[in-house]
Write a protein that binds this ligand. Structure first.
Ligand code: NAP
Ligand code: F7E
Length: 337
């Protein structure tokens, strides 16, 4: 068992919750950054919650925001983490077109605030940056660590900035900082406005007779969809390397949104063509057509390889939705969500 201390930003998100589980299972003391909200946002980690009054609690949560550099520096100083996993971001690509400035200051500059806090406190900690396959944009697949970036959204542009500032702090100041370039990864904990969860959720509701139609945008886009619990293991492996580097994490296979619809609806015993409606609000001003990751470096150096591919992932997600307590209608009318 490890006696290390980790700080996770974005611990209330999909990846943060799986990573917290993984690190706690390895014996880490886990600190999480959460932002104050008028309602609780800790549903994904409530099962990990420990009474903070207990001195041996292994999970500790702290208020803070990526916009607040001095708070981040103060937290680093008091927590003294061995490893920092920076997962927090405005992570929705379509929303980033509506909120480009906010996306830049959180998804982009948030990384600088953390790295600068590490530099100024002089902490010898290791740093993980949640980089994204969206950075490749229109670069032809398969995409690897040496592929050219061509960001197609404010989100992707912010992630490219964060990627390079991470490399810069590695090269300029010797920070043990790595970029995990993760391709799409999903799970029953995926946010409800990302396409896989939206489809799985609707398939279950339609199968139960609670909904009839699902509105979607571009069905032709292709993505390399993997399973989130496997991807957080790759994050941890990256920070255990003696030398910091950058790694693509992917399954190596892509499917279209249309394919994923077929997998989910067939598993729920439905014909998707009877239920799908087009809504142009879900289109993006510029789209990313086809992402397929070449994760051979991660396999070679980290011993990591994806085992769950999109057809099985769809079944996992639909089964979770069918087992869940029926929820109110989730189809959003907000632009692009
Ligand atoms: P997610 O579910 O959207 O979680 C995002 C997290 O960031 C949440 O905990 C959120 O807190 C937090 N956050 C957002 N803005 C913040 C702010 N201003 N200050 C502090 N915290 C803030 O994302 P995910 O799918 O777990 O992804 C984790 C990271 O990997 C993100 O950086 C994402 O861009 C990146 N990424 C994801 C994928 C993927 O396929 N999932 C692929 C490549 C890269 P609230 O709960 O309060 O909203
Ligand atoms: O879209 C199409 C949409 O929003 C996938 C984030 O985690 O992965 C994620 O970004 C595709 C796109 O994920 C709808 O146009 C069709 O082509 O599920 P998504 P994303 O944009 O790939 C990357 C790697 C990240 O880094 C991001 O943080 O599906 N699509 N109809 C739709 N997408 C949505 N959301 N909603 C629709 O109705």
């Amino acid at each position: 068992m490890s006696d290390k201390t980790a700080l996770i930003t974005g611990i209330t998100g999909q990846d943060g919750s799986y990573l917290a589980e993984l690190l706690l299972s390895k014996g880490y003391l886990v600190h999480g950054l959460i932002r104050r909200s008028s309602t609780f946002t800790t549903q994904r980690i409530d099962h990990l919650y420990e009474d903070p009054h207990e001195s041996d609690a292994r999970l500790r949560l702290h208020y803070g925001d990526l916009a607040d550099g001095s708070r981040i520096a103060a937290l680093l100083e008091s927590i003294q983490p061995d490893e920092v996993y920076h997962l927090a971001a405005q992570s929705h690509v379509r929303v980033s077109f509506d909120e480009p400035e906010f996306t830049g200051t959180t998804t982009g500059l948030g990384t600088t605030r953390l790295l600068e806090a590490i530099r100024m406190t002089g902490l010898p900690c290791r740093f993980y940056q949640a980089s994204s396959s969206e950075m490749f944009g229109t670069t032809a697949p398969p995409q690897s660590e040496s592929s050219i970036f061509h960001p197609r959204s404010p989100y992707a542009a912010a992630k490219v900035y964060a990627y390079w500032i991470t490399r810069n702090y590695r090269e300029a100041y010797g920070v043990h900082a790595v970029n995990g370039i993760l391709f799409n990864h999903e799970s029953p904990r995926r946010g409800e406005t990302f396409v896989t969860r939206k489809i799985a959720h609707a398939a279950a509701r339609i199968a139960r007779g609670e909904q009839d139609a699902l509105h979607l945008g571009n069905l032709e886009a292709r993505r390399d969809w993997g399973y989130a619990p496997e991807y957080v293991d790759a994050m941890w492996r990256m920070l255990q390397q003696d030398e910091p580097g950058d790694y693509v994490v992917a399954t190596g296979t892509s499917y279209s949104v249309r394919d994923f619809l077929g997998f989910c609806f067939e598993h729920a015993g439905l014909d998707w063509e009877k239920h799908i409606r087009f809504d142009e609000r879900y289109l993006r001003p510029s789209e990313v057509p086809d992402l397929v990751g070449d994760a051979s470096k991660a396999e070679r150096e980290l011993g990591w390889k994806a085992t769950v591919h999109a057809p099985e992932l769809a079944r996992i997600m639909v089964d979770a939705e069918l087992a869940a307590v029926p929820a109110p209608a989730r189809e959003r009318s907000l632009t692009g969500a």
